[in-house]
Design a protein around this ligand. Structure first.
Ligand code: ZN
Length: 346
């Protein structure tokens, strides 16, 4: 398709971004062109917008960023046979190699050559995005575009919570950003007996309650470890979903987990974290898991079913709808933590 489109461009190696007119991307034979209906702001996008150490070492401006979206296929490459113009899709954001040892055994989410859409390649904060057909996910026709756009981060929440037993267990979600909020909803839907939501931000703790948390713990006013032990008859929490990345909060998670419990870490601490391995991991006999991406495509199936059945209602945590041109306001809300999920509509 010829012509130009509006896009949010990470235009230089420094803070900020610009709304620019750029050419509509051309597709190769195995790609599709998608008209973006909704695109949501991820914490990763905030790192790139703010320009921290991680983004300075990883991304190469100028380029279009953003990776969470839903939209309509408008053009397909010559060898694409399973999608047609008019199809309603979202996409897995990990581009995998298909030939490394992990890919060869179907562990695509830990491909050693992973590239991420909108981080390592052109993204979807734009009117159109070009993507390999192999990464697309077909959406139910009646799924609203904003909800369809947040399936990728919800996949992170689902992968974290459901990577072990949950039914009948106590679950603590540490860090109530958008993924933590969704994790609370997933844990409740999966039959957790208690869902403790822990954060410093009262606005987000209230959202956690709406999402399904049975108890909220304000870490600035209460000791989360004492409180978690009190709520579990002194034994500690069965499953910890670590989504804060804060060294103190992470350590508290290992202190509040019960003997034989599970700590699943999705967060990305920016510095090495000190833990009491002897007392909090070894002698407790716990399982510690690193969680990256979404299982391709088992997690996507779980997300789609949980949303479509209504077992998880994400509407309370989609708090802001903005136009693409209002992106600066969106990033400001994210930086201030005065929002759940912010969705942009090109
Ligand atoms: Zn691979």
């Amino acid at each position: 398709m010829n012509g130009n489109m509006k896009a949010i461009v990470k235009h230089h190696r420094g803070p900020g971004a610009q709304l620019q007119e750029v050419p509509i991307p051309e597709i190769s034979e195995d790609e599709v062109l998608i008209k973006v209906k909704a695109t949501s702001i991820c914490g990763t996008d905030v790192h790139i917008y703010n320009w921290d150490e991680w983004s300075a070492s990883r991304v190469h401006p100028p380029y279009v960023f953003g990776h969470e979206f839903s939209g309509e296929v408008v053009e397909v490459g010559e060898i694409v046979s399973n999608y047609q113009p008019g199809d309603y899709v979202s996409a897995e954001t990990h581009l995998i190699c298909g030939h490394c040892p992990q890919c060869l055994v179907g562990q695509y989410h830990i491909c050693e050559n992973t590239k991420i859409i909108g981080v390592d390649t052109q993204g979807c904060f734009a009117e159109y995005v070009a993507l390999p057909a192999s990464n697309l996910w077909r959406n139910p026709a009646d799924m609203p575009s904003d909800i369809a756009s947040i399936q990728e981060p919800m996949g992170n929440a689902v992968h974290t919570v459901l990577n072990g037993e949950v039914a009948g267990m106590s679950v603590a979600v540490i860090g109530c950003g958008p993924i933590g909020l969704m994790a609370a909803g997933v844990a409740k839907a999966a039959g957790a007996s208690q869902v403790l939501a822990i954060d410093l931000n009262p606005y987000r703790l209230e959202l956690a309650k709406e999402m399904g948390a049975t108890t909220i713990i304000h870490a600035g006013e209460q000791d989360p470890v004492d409180e978690a032990r009190r709520l579990t008859n002194g034994h500690g929490v069965d499953v910890i979903c670590e989504m804060s990345g804060h060294p103190v909060a992470m350590d508290q998670g290992f202190k509040m987990v019960t003997n034989g419990g599970r700590v699943s870490i999705l967060s990305l601490p920016t510095q090495p974290v000190t833990l009491d391995v002897t007392n909090d991991i070894v002698f407790k006999g716990i399982t510690v898991q690193g969680i990256t991406g979404r299982k391709m495509y088992e997690t996507w199936q779980q997300v789609s079913r949980l949303l479509h059945s209504g077992q998880v209602n994400v509407e309370p945590m989609i708090t802001h709808h903005l136009s693409l041109a209002e992106f600066e306001k969106g990033f400001q809300l994210m930086n201030e933590g005065k929002c759940g999920k912010v969705v942009l509509h090109p």
